[in-house]
Ligand binder design. Structure first.
Ligand code: SF4
Length: 467
């Protein structure tokens, strides 16, 4: 009997691609998919574990699935698999904490999910698991996670897209070589490994020819693309994008810009330490590259940037932002900050507020520092009271909201190219899917196509087109 599989995907767009890869392999193996967990012989929960709140959501989702299964006799034989960052991060602990879960798989098992399912279901014709596919070398046979993951998708990797037809995410690399002191990602996803430029370009060309209008390039650090493949000395954590050394984000963008068709390509998750004048000039020159840059800055105070191990300084960030604004006309900058990091003084926080007021980011968000086990910051002295973190978060958010309103007001009267997401809803080049705002447009505009509209009004973070 062909098993029916359900999948719940939590977390960010990077995790979503992992879900798409798993579904691609399940479909290739002839397994049926269902959006209804009740009907699934096997339910996969692809988890997130980036910060505390994400961990809690993942754990709650697993426990709900376990509870629902035991409450429903028709689901008694259902197998539950926990995949993704939670099982990769807590590989050693989860089997004991979640005895009802049937298997834990990590990032290197994304492409092996079909044989693992056949093995779990005890299918008569299930091929024996190879050494590579079998349980990890721990005492628990439900633990399939291999530490230090190495997988990175290629353009040939089976994938079933879960995003609407007109936009797609493309993962250009996996892992991260930075050691930001608040972050667990490098421990979860391993060291940075870039795809080849040819692989990414082939994938983008295929998506564009199938009608995709927006390509969102993602990885943990998109600016480090290609650098891990440069020959000679290993690039420093702060090395700039430089195409004289080999493939880089600049060469990739130029190659994508050559692909025929009407589309825009958007850059997410860049690191301020790697920007270069070449990258700025490339974005300015490439007409298919959206004039939008996501550059998480985290802070501006030198004390905080040093404590966070961001390998950059307040002065170089300010200088970079000025060069970006001067070099890329019409640029919308999205950033995120962390407030309440251990040791953050009132003066550090005030410097951040002043910076926000001076640079007036078109799109921005703030996170309260989250104390994550296994990070360097976890051990640091000077953790702040949660009320202090919360109040700083509120003040920073209020400052950003004020600027967002003024930014929207300044757009009124402008003629803007938008991509229509749904009847009456579109996005400008400054609005990444599922992150930024939207524009209310004429409901008759065709979905999945570009249109040019005039901004007539705004509400909160969203714009309204004249009808
Ligand atoms: S650049 Fe820093 S914050 Fe981003 S994934 Fe890497 S270690 Fe984490």
């Amino acid at each position: 009997m062909t098993p029916t599989v359900g999948l719940i995907s939590l977390g960010c767009a990077k995790n979503l691609i992992d879900s798409e890869v798993m579904i691609g392999h399940l479909a290739q193996a002839g397994m049926a998919l269902t959006p209804d967990p009740e009907l699934a012989d096997v339910l996969i929960i692809n988890t997130c574990a980036f910060i505390d709140i994400a961990k809690q959501e993942s754990i709650a989702t697993v426990f709900t699935a376990v509870k629902d299964r035991s409450a429903d006799p028709a689901r008694a034989r259902q197998k539950i698999i926990v995949a993704g960052c939670l099982s990769q991060r807590f590989a050693k602990d989860l089997p004991a904490l979640m005895p009802e879960v049937d298997a834990f798989i990590g990032l290197d098992q994304l492409t092996k999910v079909a044989p693992i399912i056949q093995h779990l279901l005890g299918a008569n014709n299930a091929p024996a698991l190879t050494k590579d596919e079998g349980p990890a070398a721990t005492a628990d046979p439900r633990d399939f996670v291999t530490l230090k993951p190495r997988f990175v998708p290629d353009y040939t990797t089976p994938r079933f897209r879960l995003t609407p037809d007109h936009f797609a995410y493309v993962k250009i690399a996996e892992g991260c070589n930075h050691t930001c002191s608040f972050c667990v990602i490098p421990q979860i996803r391993g060291r940075h490994r870039s795809r080849t430029q040819d692989s990414v370009v082939r994938e983008v060309a295929g998506l564009v020819s199938s009608g995709v209008k927006e390509i969102n390039l993602i990885s943990q650090d998109t600016t480090y693309f290609g650098m891990d493949q440069w020959s000679g000395e290993r690039p420093k954590p702060s090395s700039p994008v430089d195409s004289s050394k080999g493939e880089s984000l600049a060469t990739l963008l130029r190659a994508i810009n050559q692909i025929p068709g009407e589309f825009w390509v958007r850059l997410l998750y860049t690191h301020p330490a790697h920007w270069s004048d070449e990258l700025i000039a490339t974005i300015a020159a490439c007409d298919k590259v959206a004039k939008y840059v996501d550059i998480p800055l985290q802070h501006i105070s030198d004390r905080m940037l040093t404590a966070m191990q961001r390998v950059t300084s307040g002065a170089s960030i300010r200088d970079l932002l000025r060069r970006m604004r001067a070099g890329i006309p019409g640029l919308g900058i999205r950033t995120t900050f962390i407030v309440g990091f251990p040791g953050e003084t009132a003066a550090d926080f005030q410097e951040l507020l002043d910076f926000i007021a001076e640079f007036r980011f078109e799109r921005a968000g703030v996170f309260q520092y989250s104390k994550e086990e296994g990070t360097r910051a976890y051990q640091m002295a000077g953790h702040l009271h949660h009320m202090t973190r919360r109040s700083r978060w509120s003040r920073a958010m209020a400052a950003l909201q004020r600027i967002a309103g003024e930014t929207n007001q300044a757009q009124v009267g402008n003629s803007v190219r938008v991509l229509v997401d749904a009847p009456g809803i579109a996005r400008t080049p400054w609005d990444a899917p599922e992150i930024d705002g939207s524009v209310e447009v004429d409901a008759a505009l065709p979905v999945g196509q570009f249109a040019t509209i005039t901004i007539g009004d705004w509400r909160g973070y969203d714009l309204v087109a004249t009808q």
